[in-house]
Design a protein around this ligand. Sequence first.
Ligand code: SAH
Ligand code: SF4
Ligand code: F3S
Length: 481
Amino acid sequence: MYNHTNLDEIDLSVQPPAEEPARQYYFIAKLRQIVSEKSAAAGRQLTSCIHTFGCQMNARDSEKLRGILELAGYVNTDSEDADFVLYNTCTVRENANQKVYGHLGYLSGLKKKHPDKMIALCGCMMQEPEVAERIRKNYRFVDLVFGTHNIYKFAELLTEAFSSGKMVMDLWEDTDKIVEDLPAERTYPFKSGVNIMFGCNNFCSYCIVPYVRGRERSRKPEDIIAEIEGLVADGVVEVMLLGQNVNSYGKNLEKPITFAQLLRRVEQIEGLERIRFMTSHPKDLSDELIQVMKGSKKICRHLHLPLQSGSTAILKKMNRRYTKEQYLALAEKLRREIPDLSLTTDIIVGFPGETEEDFQETLDVVRKVRYDSAFTFIYSKRTGTPAAVMENQVPEEIVKDRFNRLLALVQEIAQEMSRRVEGQTLPVLVESVNEQDSALVTGRLSNNLLVHFPGDENLIGKIVNVYLKECRGFYYLGERR
Ligand code: SAH
Ligand code: SF4
Ligand code: F3S
């Protein structure tokens, strides 16, 4: 790993190397020089703040960006008063988008008071040409804009923003490149996300992700294993393997390998205790994967299996490539093969053309599968996607009413399902001291439910057995056993 590259040994008087990641380490060293000069002038250390919107992919990207900033000498803070503020944006639904514009207004005020403040934007929203144009025209105070394909170039781009004094905007339409061995600064010392693939080829008709994240690219299994081994050596006990559709992992590699085979290899890593993954597309979930999960000691008893809609007609229009019956058969098989598995899902209400009958089909699937938990979303029109121009967009009042009915059902069932393990003693990975009561710690069961129990901060990052005394809706109160 390059993580331990000695930045002092990099000669900044010569031209930067062309190859990666060496080139980026050169610019990190350069950035460190700039930051140290500015710190000396200010008489204090410079601070940086990254604000992350969106999914686990973005969260992991932010850890990489933070890793670069920390190597460059910035002190990380949560406050937007920082000397450098970076928004890592999401555009999956319109409200994610609006939040960013709202925050930008606030930042512009801060920058008026502190003209030296540097402001940068990156992530999925920036990949939309209209957004980039709007930023270029109306948000002149932003110093740096980059996208999802070139985040590895962050140190180089920020150096350029410092030296040019003008807005630097670097946006790529797509890439086939994966740059390995850059630093990352984890949010949790004991668990980490690990990208196994980037992009998405599915083009669900409502979804903007394939347009802003580009085509599917898998990392080589050796690189993934080496990264996890490095993380484990650094104290990580749980990894979350990340991809928009992990079930299609490895198909386009020079030496193709299935996701289930990758999991078998990850399982072998000594010292690693827990494996999670996100997200599984129902159309590609193989029997091999179910068998690997069933036989595994490390893969957590949790599967996120987005349904989106229970109506076969709507699923077809969504381009999901499975029917209601196929989904139900898969869920049934999973429940039968792995009875203690927690099944969770994503559901969209109000997709164009959705009728009350279609919606009833969704409720029917929810009743049959009995999800342990579900994220419910109101359909949001994304410009450029096929669904945005479909006829029969559903009126807002109808969508809201359906959303409320779905949420009530989902919550009622989730409460019943959560109670399933009451009275059992199960392993819990302790994540933090409880926010409300410092005599308690909070941890996670293999099935992803939270448990609060008496303990102190020395337990953080450890897996301990906890008696699940009382289920309180969606979480447990317990005692160590
Ligand atoms: N790759 C993952 C999901 C990524 S987006 C998968 O296929 O499951 C996360 C969730 O956001 C999706 O599962 C979907 O339920 C929701 N979503 C995506 N686009 C949306 C839109 N235009 N409106 C509302 N919800 C949307
Ligand atoms: Fe979007 Fe579908 Fe790809 Fe998921 S699988 S990211 S919902 S296009
Ligand atoms: Fe949002 Fe991009 Fe994730 S659009 S949901 S941050 S892949």
